[in-house]
Design a protein around this ligand. Structure first.
Ligand code: 13P
Ligand code: SF4
Length: 338
């Protein structure tokens, strides 16, 4: 039985984690006028696959071979036969691709594309947190570093977290890190009590409840779709809660013709493309700002995608011991996911 006893005694240290922000690729070549065509040529020359998260710029989504949520992207990365994976997302996603498929060269167009959740959970502090709860099963959201994954029993994403937690033995207590908003939602949905790490996503914490209420007044027929990284008081106002892919599917399957969307607005591109006859409204941040765009995701640009294919850099490189320890809880997740 996988979770019969406390596991993973070998906690990684912060130094296990590769530094984000290594020197930028130094190529000086001038970008071509037609970037999509140039990227397409290079993709074929390099035998590369371009994977993109829904929070990427529209232009990047438009040239991607596959667009998905964190779980779907991990599965695609694990199964690809391409020599090169260009990961248009953030660092933990590209790192997960490398953990799952180490013989491929994994490129991240901008190595500074981190994540506030991963940053909120340093490996050394996490090791102390774990050590102070030795009986707990450690479930970590995929939005964390490889060094934190290496200390976890099970990884989850926003699309499978509830289902996975429900499968855990009822007599074992559970630690959940690093997103407390997702953790609270999982707790409510699964009926399991979770000890939460106090992290949160800076993007999903910016949504203004007042702006949402105003939009609901203006669009009384609209269904409210929310990502579980949002705060509880906003989730309380949602009609449907799920990962980015699940929100997109809900918009496709729902009889409603308009939607108010509480997540990073990159997802609106696919919603509007697939459902041109339906209306989608983004909720602004406090003070009407557009700070609900993820500043990390948006560091990737079409030009950087082209440049990383030219230079085959920046590349994700992982310590093999950390990779193997991080692989086990990810493989458990994949085996337990529907
Ligand atoms: P999903 O890809 O699971 O919807 O999560 C969104 C997210 O915050 C990625 O950073
Ligand atoms: Fe991280 Fe939030 Fe950006 Fe997702 S939206 S990558 S959780 S900072």
């Amino acid at each position: 039985m996988i979770f019969a006893a406390s596991q993973n005694p070998a906690a990684g240290s912060a130094s296990d984690s590769p530094a984000i922000g290594s020197p930028a690729a130094s190529g000086s070549s001038t970008p071509p006028a037609d970037l999509p065509a140039a990227i397409d040529r290079l993709r074929r020359q390099r035998n590369a696959v371009i994977l993109a998260h829904y929070y990427q710029d529209d232009a990047i989504q438009d040239i991607a071979d596959f667009i998905g949520d964190s779980l779907e992207l991990a599965r695609r990365a694990a199964g690809t036969q391409a020599d090169v994976i260009v990961f248009c997302g953030v660092h933990f996603m590209a790192e997960t691709a490398k953990i799952l498929n180490p013989s491929r060269r994994v490129l991240l167009p901008d190595l500074e594309a981190g994540c506030s959740l991963a940053d909120a959970c340093p490996a050394e502090e996490f090791a102390r947190f774990r050590a102070s709860h030795p009986e707990h099963i450690v479930v970590s959201y995929i939005n964390c570093s490889a060094a934190v994954k290496a200390q976890s029993d099970l990884i989850c994403t926003s699309s499978n977290a509830v289902d996975l937690v429900r499968q855990l033995p009822a007599d074992r207590p559970i630690l959940f890190a690093p997103d407390q908003n997702l953790g609270r939602w999982v707790q409510a949905q699964s009926g399991r009590s979770l000890t939460l790490w106090p992290g949160s996503c800076i993007v999903h914490e910016t949504f203004s409840e007042q702006a949402l209420l105003q939009l609901k007044l203006e669009q009384p027929q609209a269904e409210v779709l929310a990502h579980p990284e949002c705060q509880q008081h906003l989730l309380d106002l949602a009609d449907f809660i799920g990962s980015t892919s699940k929100l997109l599917r809900r918009a496709e399957e729902s009889a409603a013709s308009s939607f108010i969307v509480l997540t990073e607005p990159g997802i609106l591109h696919q919603m509007r493309r697939r459902l041109p006859h339906k209306a989608f409204f983004a909720v602004p941040g406090a003070d009407g700002c557009s700070c609900n765009a993820c500043p990390y995701m948006r560091l990737n640009t079409l030009e950087k995608v082209w440049r990383c294919l030219v230079e085959l850099a920046p590349e994700i490189v992982l310590d093999e011991d950390v990779r193997l320890r991080a692989l086990a809880p990810i493989e458990r997740m994949l085996a337990m996911s529907a």
